[in-house]
Structures are given as structure tokens and as C-alpha cells.
Design a protein around this ligand. Structure first.
Ligand code: PEP
Ligand code: MN
Length: 338
């Protein structure tokens, strides 16, 4: 349920009403927009007398929200959510009119590899460095990532380049290792690991939540809701392709997810064209399409030696290809902004 307040509602009135609602066992989500103040009510709203609420001087209207996701719902929070990443001095904000490119290798492989790639993607315009330390591989015989050593190397690359870092968590017990990670990634395979999501709700670090291989947009939003319900509202959604009957590409990039999510939620949406297509030559066209469709950013796999990458070489761009892609992405951004 949402209560839209009149523009003249005072701070004291809002606090008093919030307390009254909280005393009825509801969680109150305050959204102070440019024109409206909205109280989003989460919980058993059957205990609230809507006529009484609507009759209050300060209340303009009361509406029930039928969707099961509440905190992530655009109706609760009409303005886009903007998430600060890294230190405030870094000035990196994701969401709203901001646009960022996350780039780096699928996996951290060595000190030289991650630092070399970090420097080249930064020079080309990436603002956030990616690199997997704990890797979710389909085969247990494949490279599983450098694990905590990989995380150390990523932190060292952050120190040397000043780039905030993103890396994937697979096990809730690893959370202490992620203390200095700027964005924690929840991979497609863990999108519905609800215990992990609940734990990530208890911290403030931004979470990039990837859409599961066979999950609907509503399921993605319900997973975001798990994190938000715990108090962490810094959730970034990521469309990374879904399973369809098409086998030519690794997955099928669901471009319509971008405008649909923009309608349904205030959370930022990033697109990963690398895992979506599985082929380096498709990464650029899919990036351009995602930007034209309104994505708040991209996450692109880049490797300094793709043929010898330990993971996902076929979909990795070289630093040179990445730089060319960024140039074209910027042209599309200008075109759609105009
Ligand atoms: C990744 O980004 O490294 C990854 C494993 O992606 P996904 O979870 O989308 O497969
Ligand atoms: Mn990968």
C-alpha cells in the first residue's frame, strides 16, 4: 500500500504518521521526491483502515499495490534510485542519468594479468573493475578461480588504479573477505539463494544481482526484494541473457527487460552482453543495443590474451576491441540523450 502525501505535509506530521503506522507492525518506506512524498507500507496492511488514512489532512491518496515486490516497486519510489559506489570522493554513482562501464576479465589469473587489464580498461573509459575470484563453473574439473588469493590481487589492482571493484560471492561464509569490495556480485546461479540474499540485506555494500538463467523479471525483483527487505537498498539489477530454445548464442539477451524494468522498478539496470552472447564479436552490437534501450551501464569481459584465458576467452574482448566499443557506446549515448 502507498500513501501519497500532500505537498504541504510537515516533517513532524510525517514522523508522527510513520510512528503510528510502525506501531501497527508495518515497515514504512519513505520516498521524498521532487514533487511528492510517498510512504510505502510493507507488511500486513489489512490492519490499516484505508478510509481513516485517506481522511487525514496530510494525505492526498491511498493505493493498494498488487505486485508482490514492494520496496523495489517504482510505485513506492517514483524517482530512480542512484547508488554511490566506492568512496564518495570517487564520485561514482549508478542509476538515474549516470552511465558506467564495468570491465575486466572473467577471472583473476595473476597479478600481472589483472593489473594490465585494469590499466587498459581504465584508459579506455571503464570506471569499475570486474574480476572473478570465486568462479561458478559448470564442471568441477574446470578452473574454480584463485579464490581468496584472487580477491587479494583484485584489491591490489584497486589500490594501484583507484578503480572500485566488483566480484562475485558464492558462499555466505565468505562475506568477511568482501569487506573492501565495492560492489558484491550475486551471479545468475545464485539469484535465488535466499539465505545469501538475506545476509546481503544486512550490510550496506551495493549488490549487483544478476538475473537467473531461467528466471522471470518478477522473480528477479522478488530476489532484489529479499536484499531490500533486510535494509540494503543498494541493489543494481543485471540482465545477462536467459535460456531459450536458441542454441547459437550462449544465452538470449532479453533487451526488453531494460524498458520493462524501468517501468516496474526504480533500481538501476546494467547489461552484461558478454555472458548473454558468449561470443566476442556479438558483444559490441549487443552493447550498443542495450545502451539504446536505456541501460544504466554495461559489464563487459576484457582479457589481455583471450585465446589463453582460463575462463570465457571466447566472449572476451581484447583491450583494443574494448576501447573501440566504448567509443561507439558513447556515440549511441549521445544520440539517445539528444
Ligand atoms: C560472471 O559475471 O562472471 C558470471 C559468472 O556471470 P553469470 O552469473 O551471469 O553467469
Ligand atoms: Mn565469465
Amino acid at each position: 500500500m502507498i500513501a501519497v502525501l500532500k505537498p504541504n505535509a510537515t516533517k513532524e506530521q510525517i514522523e508522527k504518521l510513520t510512528k503510528w503506522l510502525e506501531d501497527r507492525g508495518l515497515k514504512v518506506n519513505l520516498s521524498q521526491g521532487e514533487f511528492y512524498t510517498i510512504l510505502g507500507l510493507i507488511g500486513d496492511v489489512s490492519k490499516v483502515d484505508t478510509d481513516l488514512l485517506e481522511g487525514l489532512d496530510m494525505v492526498d491518496s491511498v493505493k493498494r499495490i498488487s505486485e508482490p515486490f514492494k520496496a523495489a516497486n517504482r510505485k513506492f519510489h517514483p524517482d530512480d534510485t542512484v547508488i554511490e559506489v566506492g568512496t564518495p570522493t570517487a564520485g561514482i554513482k549508478i542509476g538515474g542519468s549516470n552511465f558506467h562501464i564495468i570491465a575486466g576479465p572473467c577471472s583473476v589469473e595473476s597479478p600481472e594479468q589483472i593489473l594490465d587489464i585494469a590499466k587498459s580498461v581504465k584508459a579506455a573509459g571503464a570506471t569499475i573493475l570486474r574480476g572473478g575470484a570465486f568462479k561458478p563453473r559448470t564442471s568441477p574439473y574446470d578452473f574454480q578461480g584463485m579464490r581468496s588469493d584472487g580477491l587479494e590481487l583484485l584489491l591490489e589492482a584497486k589500490k594501484q588504479t583507484g578503480m572500485p571493484i566488483i566480484t562475485e560471492i558464492m558462499n555466505v561464509t565468505h562475506l568477511p573477505l568482501f569487506e573492501n569490495v565495492d560492489i558484491i556480485q550475486v551471479g545468475a546461479r545464485n539469484m535465488q539463494n535466499f539465505e545469501l540474499l538475506k545476509e546481503l540485506g544486512t550490510i550496506k555494500t551495493p549488490v549487483l544481482l544478476k538475473r537467473g538463467l531461467a528466471n522471470t523479471l518478477q522473480e528477479l525483483l522478488m530476489s532484489a526484494e529479499y536484499i531490500m527487505a533486510g535494509g540494503n537498498h543498494n541493489v543494481i539489477l543485471c540482465e545477462r541473457g536467459i535460456r531459450t530454445f536458441e542454441t547459437y548464442t550462449r544465452n538470449t539477451l532479453d533487451l526488453s527487460a531494460i524498458p520493462v524494468l524501468a517501468e516496474l522498478t526504480h533500481l538501476p539496470v546494467i547489461v552484461d552482453p558478454s555472458h548473454a552472447s558468449g561470443m566476442a564479436r556479438l558483444v559490441e552490437p549487443m552493447s550498443l543495443a542495450a545502451v539504446a534501450a536505456g541501460a544504466h551501464g554495461l559489464m563487459i569481459e576484457v582479457h589481455n590474451d583471450p585465446p589463453n584465458a582460463r575462463c570465457d576467452g571466447a566472449q572476451s574482448l581484447t583491450p583494443e576491441q574494448f576501447a573501440e566499443t566504448v567509443t561507439k557506446v558513447n556515440k549511441i549515448r549521445k544520440a539517445v540523450e539528444a
